[in-house]
Design a protein around this ligand. Structure first.
Ligand SMILES: [Zn+2]
Length: 506
């Protein structure tokens, strides 16, 4: 098969390379079997080096940009050094042929490349995989890694998806390796039914109802070790924001630690971060509910506008960390685009991948904790009797004082504090049933005993305690002491449960 690669240098010649792909494949086979055939391999590497030099020079503000590459652009992908240039190529992934209920049957990919100064070009979409069996419902592109296969070096993309089986899967795409594909199922508990996914050094997901625009925002844990083998297994999940809604677009903000971008149903373009507790900032206040938006990396946004215009616009972001200062007005780069051609999830190449996430900071103030937290955000508080409670770090000092004060008044308080999101899921299984609906969606009041939906309990935030009287149900004397004193330590009773005390009474 012949592959055609065009290089366009404005004001200069168009350069056209024709690569005999069958010959390359034959050579690769030969290379595997015979270490003598080094020449062709070296020549190929040399050609890569030339391509990468061109891309590097483009990034420095001169020419040229890659214009087209068919059929699989990655077979002519620039060598690693090109990715250090600053303006990296990016790759889009998209699901087609299906819907968010029954799943999609096809995975497509397209690319964008070249620096801003060279007017980046949007490649054509190409189908890269057909799913049979479990189908993906939502996907997020993780990152691109260099293959460790020294015979066939190249770049490997990793794509997460949540499937119709409500499990998390990972898909490995290595175009340089020809037909090599790998698909792994990462979870088995059927509790990962995300309707939207985004990756930015961590996996964000939205579960909810796409018709009513109700949904909660989640983060998966155990997937955030950037430099490790991308085949991490998620260790858990927790809710970052209840009632997040269901975003019109949802994507990882490349280069911004812990940030996602999304457009909500009010048409606001926002960025969200979990730094110091869940926070959002508004990038655009209106008119962003149409179409889809993705982060291209390198401070660029792509936006597909639906309706009558059907344009793809590119925006520059002067300040991707929060504010809208410096956001450009947008340049139309393609008109008359079919909705299928709208950019969706993006993976940007190495320049952006180099921004590894740091350990998530712990909220300093309990009022900033608005959803469940990982156990790392909690600590053990040992009271005067040596009995320990696990609570959010923000609550530890005042709880410590409360326990001291109670003890000096003759009250020995014990009980339970933090409960992980996964523990809450376990409780729901025991109290409400084991179906996905029973665990995640059934109203608390229909469970026996009533048990809060995962993500909505103050215990999951580390901000609630169920007190006992030295291990026995809370007695009247201890309750009365708490009722008279707990508020001065920031703890309030939930009227329906005399044992349950939290920072807001919920
Ligand atoms: Zn409780």
């Amino acid at each position: 098969m012949l592959q055609t690669v065009y290089w366009r240098a404005p004001g200069l010649l168009n350069v056209r390379l024709v690569i005999d792909d069958d010959r390359r494949r034959r050579n690769r086979r030969t290379r595997r079997s015979s270490p003598m055939n080094v020449y062709d391999y070296t020549a190929r590497r040399r050609m890569r080096k030339v391509l990468s030099a061109l891309v590097c020079s483009a990034a420095l503000g001169s020419v040229p940009a890659i214009i087209d590459a068919t059929p699989a652009q990655a077979s002519t992908a620039p060598a690693p050094s090109a990715y250090d240039c600053g303006d990296a190529p990016a790759r889009f992934f998209q699901l087609r042929d299906g819907n968010a209920t029954d799943g999609y049957s096809q995975l497509w990919s397209a690319s964008v490349t070249g620096p801003e100064s060279a007017n980046p070009t949007f490649y054509d979409w190409k189908p890269i995989h057909t799913f049979t069996g479990v189908k993906p419902v939502a996907l997020a592109a993780r990152d691109i890694k260099k293959s460790t296969n020294t015979v066939s070096p190249g770049w490997v993309s990793y794509v997460y998806f949540s499937g119709t089986d409500k499990n998390l899967h990972q898909f490995r795409w290595a175009p340089n390796e020809g037909t090599e594909w790998r698909q792994d199922q990462l979870t088995t508990s059927n509790l990962w039914g995300y309707k939207a996914l985004a990756w930015n050094g961590r996996l964000w997901g939205v579960k909810g109802d796409t018709s009513t625009y109700e949904g909660d925002l989640y983060v998966a844990t155990g997937l955030d070790n950037y430099e490790d083998d991308p085949y991490d297994t998620p260790s858990g999940q927790y809710v970052v924001k209840n009632n997040f809604g269901y975003p019109k677009s949802f994507y990882g903000v490349t280069g911004g630690n812990h940030q996602i971008g999304f457009a909500n149903t009010a048409g606001e373009l926002k960025y969200a971060t979990t730094l110091g507790g869940y926070q959002t900032s508004t990038v655009r206040a209106s008119s962003w509910n149409a179409g889809r938006t993705v982060d291209l990396g390198g401070g660029l946004l792509y936006r597909f506008l639906g309706g009558t215009t059907n344009e793809v616009k590119r925006y520059t972001l002067g300040a991707i960390e929060g504010s809208n200062t410096g956001m450009g007005t947008g340049v139309v780069i393609k008109s008359g685009v079919a909705s299928d051609d709208a950019p969706t999830t993006t993976v940007s190449d190495l320049c952006q991948v180099s921004t590894a996430p740091t350990t998530e900071p712990v909220a300093a103030s309990c009022s900033a904790v608005t959803a469940s937290v990982p156990i790392e955000h909690t600590t053990l508080v040992s009271g005067p009797t040596g009995y320990s409670f696990r609570v959010h770090k923000c609550l530890a000092p005042s709880l410590d004082r409360l326990l001291d004060a109670a003890y000096s008044s003759g009250h020995i308080l014990k009980g339970w504090g933090f409960r992980s999101y996964d523990s809450q899921v376990q409780l729901r299984k025991e109290h409400c049933g084991t179906s996905y609906y029973a665990i995640y969606e059934m109203p608390s009041s229909q469970c026996s005993p009533p048990t809060a939906r995962p993500g909505s309990s103050m215990h999951e935030r580390g901000l609630a305690i169920d007190f006992t009287s030295n291990g026995d149900p809370l007695n009247t004397s201890d309750f009365n002491w708490l009722a008279a004193n707990a508020d001065s330590y920031g703890m309030f009773n939930f009227p329906k449960e005399r044992w349950h005390w939290s920072t807001n009474g919920n």
